[in-house]
Design a protein. Structure first.
Length: 261
C-alpha cells in the first residue's frame, strides 16, 4: 500500500500544489513571451555589431523559448487527472522536462564555448556602442523574466529548470555589457568570447546539479529530505499492530510529492 509522506496533510498540500501549478504555468508563459520578443532584437543586434556574446545569448534565448514552452506544457499536462493506465497522473512530466532542459542547457553552453574558442583564434571587429545598448535592454528584459519566475514554486524541478534558463540569459546579458564597456574603453575584443566562456562554465555547473536531481527523481531514489530507516521506525513505533517493516521503498513522484510502500 502506498503512503504519501509529506510535512503537511494530504488535502492541504494537494490544494497548495494545484495553486502553485496554476500560477507557475502563467509565470512561465509570461517569461516565454518576454524572452521570445527580445530574442529577435538581440539576434539582429548581434549580427549588426558582430558581437559573439549577443549572438550566443540570442541562440540561448531561442533554446529558452522552446524550453519555457516545454515547461509551460508540462504544467498543463501535470494538471490532468490520473487515468487507468497512468494511475499516478502526469506529475512526473514536469521532472522529465526539467531533465530535458538540463541537457539542452548543457549542449548550448558547450556550443558557446566552442564558438568562443573559434572567435579567440580568429578575432573579429565588434561595435561596442550598439552592443552595449542591446545588452542593457536584454538585461532589463531578463531581470523582469527572472523575477516573474522567481516568485513561483522553487521546490518544483520544472520551475527551477525554467529559472535556470532565464538566469543563463541574464548572466549572458551582464557579460555582454561588461564586454561592451571593455571594448569601448580599450578596444580589446577578446574580452567578448572570454566572458562568454566564463558564463557558460557557471551555467554548466548549475545545469549538472539540476540534471542530477531530476535523474534521482526519475530513478525513484529516496528524497534527500527523508530518512527511510527513520520512517520505518516511526511506523513500527506509532502504528498499532505493526511489529516490523520490511522492504520499504521511498521515492518522489515529481520532486515534491513523496511516496512510500
Amino acid at each position: 500500500m502506498a503512503h504519501d509522506h509529506g510535512s503537511q496533510g494530504h488535502d492541504h498540500r494537494d490544494g497548495a500544489s494545484h495553486v502553485h501549478g496554476s500560477t507557475d504555468k502563467k509565470r512561465v508563459l509570461i517569461a516565454a513571451c518576454l524572452t521570445a520578443g527580445f530574442m529577435v532584437v538581440e539576434a539582429l543586434g548581434g549580427l549588426f555589431t558582430g558581437s559573439l556574446a549577443l549572438l550566443a545569448d540570442a541562440g540561448h534565448m531561442l533554446a529558452d523559448c522552446i524550453a519555457l514552452g516545454l515547461a509551460w506544457y508540462a504544467f498543463h499536462l501535470a494538471g490532468r487527472p490520473a487515468t487507468v493506465r497512468l494511475t499516478y497522473g502526469f506529475g512526473r512530466v514536469k521532472t522529465l522536462v526539467a531533465y530535458t532542459n538540463g541537457i539542452a542547457i548543457f549542449v548550448i553552453a558547450l556550443w558557446i564555448i566552442y564558438e568562443a574558442w573559434e572567435r579567440l583564434l580568429t578575432p573579429a571587429p565588434v561595435l561596442g556602442g550598439p552592443m552595449l545598448v542591446v545588452a542593457i535592454a536584454g538585461l532589463l528584459v531578463n531581470i523582469g523574466s527572472f523575477f516573474v519566475l522567481h516568485g513561483g514554486d522553487r521546490d518544483s524541478l520544472n520551475m527551477r529548470g525554467a529559472i535556470l534558463h532565464v538566469l543563463g540569459d541574464l548572466l549572458g546579458s551582464a557579460a555582454a555589457i561588461i564586454a561592451a564597456l571593455v571594448i569601448l574603453a580599450t578596444g580589446w575584443t577578446s574580452i567578448d568570447p572570454i566572458l562568454s566562456v566564463l558564463v557558460s562554465l557557471l551555467i554548466l555547473s548549475t545545469a549538472w546539479s539540476l540534471m542530477r536531481e531530476a535523474a534521482h527523481v526519475l530513478l525513484e531514489g529516496v528524497p534527500a529530505s527523508l530518512d527511510r530507516d527513520l520512517i520505518a521506525r516511526d511506523i513500527e513505533g506509532t502504528v498499532k499492530g505493526v511489529r516490523e517493516v520490511h522492504h520499504m521503498h521511498v521515492w518522489s513522484l515529481d520532486g515534491s510529492s513523496n511516496m512510500a510502500t
